[in-house]
Design a protein around this ligand. Sequence first.
Ligand SMILES: [Zn+2]
Length: 625
Amino acid sequence: MTITDNSFSEKLTFPNLSLCYNLSMIRQLSLIFSLIFIVSCANEEQPTEQDAKDFLAEVQLRAETEGPVIYSANWISSNFITYDSQVVLADFSKRYTLKSLEQARVASTFDNLELEPEDRRALDIIKNGFVMPPPLNEELAGELSGIMTELEAMYGSGTHCFSENDCYDLEGFESIIDNSRDPDELLKAWNGWREIGKPMKDKYLRMVDIGNQGAQDLGFDGLSDLWFSKYDMPVSEFSETVDRVYEDLKPLYESLQCHVRAELNEFYGDDVVPDEGSIPAHILGNMWAQSWANVYDLVYQEESTGKPIDLTKVINDRGLTEIEMVEIAEDFFLSLGFEPLEDTFWERSLFVKPADRNVVCHASAWDINPKTKDLRIKMCIEKNAEDFSTIHHELGHIFYYQAYADQPAVFQSGANDGFHEAVGDLLSLSITPNYLQKIGFVSEEEAESAKENGIAFLMKQALDGVVPTPWTLMLDKWRMAVFNGELSEDEMNDYWWELREKYQGVRSPNERPADAFDPGAKYHIPGNTPYTRYYLARVLQYQFHESLCNDIGFEGPLHECSIYDSEIAGEKLRAMLSMGQSQPWQDALESIIGTRELSGTAMLNYYAPLKEWLDIQNEGRSCGW
Ligand SMILES: [Zn+2]
């Protein structure tokens, strides 16, 4: 299942065999201890290659027989939120997690055995599927699960009251941060939400302690090693790679930061936004200053006579239904030569918010049963441009599932965790004026007029697509330092802001209190969701886009290229998707773009016209921070 995190335009991926999530109620570990004991007794002599093969066959059988039932239970609990559906899911999750933990430990008993590369890869994937593994100690495992549940709940139910009748939850605070232009009101909301982080600190650090031990029990050096060893290269080399890519992107980001800072300075004045240094985080239109799309109107005034396409209006003028919106997105994939979706997709998906029951409306894509191609999306579609794009994103996951359905279960996942998100976003890059004209949404004149306004289009894209890059990089840098015990308790919050300044050129609007734990105010920290995947996805989507546009012989600016209706692009894409996770991600990348290197160049090329425009705007300004 793959969940789209609409509120932050980020997505969480739940691959088939990463069974690490709902660790609540994990209290009956004695059961698996006895199982592990049996396994280790049986293998005391030395496990053989045949033992490893038998084990992998068992894992496959279990995924085929139990997987679909677990996903169905999950589906029911998200589509019919009742007391009973939650009880059933909690029970399934607990048993599945325990079994998966056992599998991970069995997999690690083959560590010293020489095996065929495919088997070695499968075992490694089974081992590193956990994000916060419980240790081999019943009491600690129980404590860990308790803390994780508590942290999730502290975030999910987080509210802050300024006085008895002046209380806000995240949604309330966000509606201020996203829309207000009053600096005092913004600061109050910004501070208010960060109150919820404070009580998390001790629990978070305790969780990391226990998680480190759990990772060691699985044969890793600690959590850092577990999290970053799944990228088919040594951890240090992976770190260097992502840093090198960021060095490429930095000039573009710096130009954008410089221009946005100058425009916000003009709007708010020196007292709120000085025209040098880092930008205070509360006035960027997003709770975490991770997307600046909400300040678009302050930083760009239309210069061209070209009229951008109002896709929401087109959707409504044409009277499209929610299902028709999905059919149009499916047609995009069919134009690339993908197989049509099964009838069960249309029968079992959720497209419209039901009137008579509670559902989780968060957009998500599900691979309930790869064998029968029982794939679904769950979305409460609204008839607007944003959801039109999200539908394409979700179908990106669905057609990825379709493409790798014949792989063994353990390889039914993205080439790395960034790939799955990048595919959906790749398609969204192809929703261009020309594409909209081709499918009959706009006239040729309207498409031409929209194309005249390329800078407006790119600025909008950049505030949402370039702005998050340093943020998606720094978040796990902070987490890695904490996992590795490099920071004292007093240094943790300061280091968070040190990284935000260094990478994002964004600073705290005030001195943080001594008990602040600002990382806790971002879901992915208490929720333990690895974040580097979003960085990878951002970079990869442009690499895919540029390369496929070259393959189809597109000439012109990259932001005008759409791969719609191209069999060549479709064939290349499908070949890569069908590999799933069976090969190192570098092989998957090479199969589609011809090189094995993660690189920021494609993103730079895509935004080249904007960079040129920004450089002119920034003349005479002193950029950098
Ligand atoms: Zn997604």
